[in-house]
Design a protein around this ligand. Sequence first.
Ligand code: HEM
Length: 373
Amino acid sequence: MALDVTSCLSVTGVLTVCTVTLLSIWIWKAFRKASMFQRQGIPGPPALPFLLQNHTLMKEMTVAIQRVVKNLHNHVKSKAETGEEVELKADVPGSYTGTQKVRDHLPTSKYNDFLQLLVEAEREGEAQGPVDAEIDHGDQLTTSKQWTRKGLTTDEMYANTLIFPDGWQRNVSTVMSFTLFDLAGNPDCLAKAQAEVDAKLGKVANVNTFKSYGVAAKDRQVTYETAMELAYLDMCMNESMRLYPPGFILDREAEEDMEFAGYHVAKGMRMGIPVLSIHRDPAIWPDPMKFDPERHTPEARATRHPFAFLPFGMGPRNCIGMRLAQLEIRMAIATILQHFTPVLCDKSVYPPKLQKLKFESQDGLWVKFQARA
Ligand code: HEM
């Protein structure tokens, strides 16, 4: 009998532990989801600060990025083996609105991604009707009264589904392409970047062996932590974004009548901010067309106006994907440099010239990859 009570108690104990664990995971997931909404300016319950630090999410993202980086590595490897010339270019996204329409008719539990969050936000908005709300944009903004309702309209949702793949796929691959091309065109900078990667990651890594975050470090695969330590690579990426910023014009609307640089700007007037011209202004950047990553040391940065460098925009409506983009680009380029050396080839025209009104190189960004010994 005593034995029965003991086993009964231990079964109850195990069940309690399981229930509490499952409940905690469920609450954690629910709050994590809510926090993603909040960071996109969509109202919801506040994030649990101790669980939902940005870097925790970033670490999780690292696993997903590692998978993509592995495929990228294998692709570059096949090109390096044949000695083929490779054109680095941005991948333009396909139709996301069509995908959303399909999902409208499917159970929400089937998907757990950004598009699904938007679909649900729209449904939530429709169900709740107009709400007079102040939105807290976390560390980016204090408050805003622009939003008067929970959720998103169909148009807003479409706009977001377009801007996300655009930022995620096109801008990230554009910056990656130009950075690799700039490194190929500047062997001294390339050697320095490779030396940094070698020092932080080691020369050899088997990208096909990693299973999850943490295992990678053992295999000297780039991780969140090591990516954060690649300061020189970051400077190279910044220098490429200075010369070739995908967001080459930003626009803003005047909230009130104002005088600016001797001009009267009426309320509601839209102004274009010429990022490309600012980034190439010789008064700010001496010898502006020279690829010189040293312009982005902390000391050099401190001497410039913060608005002199605007690859991700500035202010409350700056790029919300900035940190993710920086992490992705560092991880991808670090892995490539760890294994391969990008070099200019017969088809390369360096420095690249941008097409008019189109953010693409006139002659393509052609390189060859050489496997490192
Ligand atoms: C290297 C890659 C990227 C570059 C160069 C870039 C650049 C920019 C720029 C210049 C803006 C306009 C900012 C302003 O007007 O002040 C912007 C806005 C935005 N970006 Fe990115 N972006 C990149 C990656 C991403 C990624 C990965 C995402 C999504 C995960 C993303 C999502 C957005 C969104 C949603 C906005 C609109 C923000 C708002 O209107 O409040 N971007 N981006």
